[in-house]
Design a binder for this molecule. Structure first.
Ligand SMILES: N[C@H](CCC[C@H](N)C(=O)O)C(=O)O
Length: 286
């Protein structure tokens, strides 16, 4: 199976071009687990399929490294956008990509080599109701700076959906050990029937956020695009930042704008192709 490795700020996935590879009979969750393995497979935070769509120019499917399928992936969308332009699947610098969380419209910009270096994506409108995250409790209620307690420690949390769930925790100081310790406890917390991504954010000033993430289904990653969007929204709602913020993630910076005019969140950042190859491991069939 031919694949290409790309990353968005170090959030790296194995990409398969399904215009060329037929994976229709493949056990995709098991394939994701196998190719993501950094010792016995290719290595990555998961598997992303670039597919035809009958309602958009392309379709993206995302599988975390535990095999769970996600509804959206910001870093993945930037890398899919780079792949389809650089590999000639489109000659347009803007197009549509269908995801389980909705259809988005990336706009790519080119470097001196004529290849995509930056991508801006309208990631759509954030959702806050418990039913939309999803969270247990009153369906139409929103969770704004509420206390969640895990292992005897309380966090102030705002819940935001960007097509996938995000528990945004406001902390005075972001610590890697807290991400690894409390991240999985909140991912599997009973309030989140479909689990959740967990973001720890430290607001530096009106325009900057320090950010670390424990991803649902993948654990600690260097970046999370949908998480950065959710964090920027939660930070603005808290009154501590404007609508345009630079999010400093472990793998680099994303620029996020939550536009007042259309209530949509715009994410701008890089996408990098690293290598391509052929996976020689056994392909698991359904
Ligand atoms: N772990 C996420 C999917 C990947 C999101 C992240 N890698 C991004 O860039 O948005 C979930 O299960 O919702």
């Amino acid at each position: 199976m031919k694949f290409t490795k790309l990353h968005g700020l170090g959030n790296d996935y194995v990409y398969v071009n399904c215009f060329e590879e037929d994976l229709s009979r493949v056990d995709l969750p098991e394939l994701a687990r196998r190719v993501s393995d950094r010792n016995f497979g290719i290595g990555g935070d998961g598997l992303i399929l670039i597919m035809p769509s009958d309602r958009a120019d392309f379709r993206m499917r995302v599988f975390n490294n535990d095999g769970s399928e996600a509804k959206n992936c910001g870093n993945g969308l930037r890398c899919v956008s780079k792949y389809v332009y650089d590999h000639g699947l489109t000659q347009q610098t803007t197009f549509t990509v269908e995801t389980l969380g909705g259809t988005v419209t990336p706009v790519v910009s080119l470097g001196a080599d004529g290849k995509v270096d930056q991508v801006t994506i309208d990631m759509g409108e954030p959702r806050f109701e418990r039913a939309a995250i999803p969270m247990t409790g009153i369906p139409e209620e929103q969770v704004r700076e509420e206390v969640i307690e895990v292992d005897g420690t309380s966090f102030t949390m705002t819940a935001v959906s960007m097509g996938n769930p995000h528990a945004i925790l406001f902390v005075d100081e972001v610590k890697e050990e807290d991400v690894r310790h409390y991240g999985p406890m909140i991912e599997y917390h009973e309030w989140f029937p479909e689990r959740t991504n967990v973001e720890f954010i430290q607001i530096l000033n009106q325009e900057e956020i320090l950010f670390r993430v424990w991803e649902r289904g993948s654990g600690v990653t260097l970046a999370c695009g949908t998480g950065a969007c959710a964090a920027a929204v939660a930070a603005h709602l808290s009154g501590k930042t404007g609508r345009k913020v630079t999010v400093h993630l472990a793998g680099g910076d994303l620029f996020i704008e939550w536009k007042e005019a259309d209530n949509r969140v715009y994410m701008t950042g890089p996408a990098t192709e690293v290598f391509s190859g052929t996976y020689l491991g056994e392909i698991p069939f359904k």
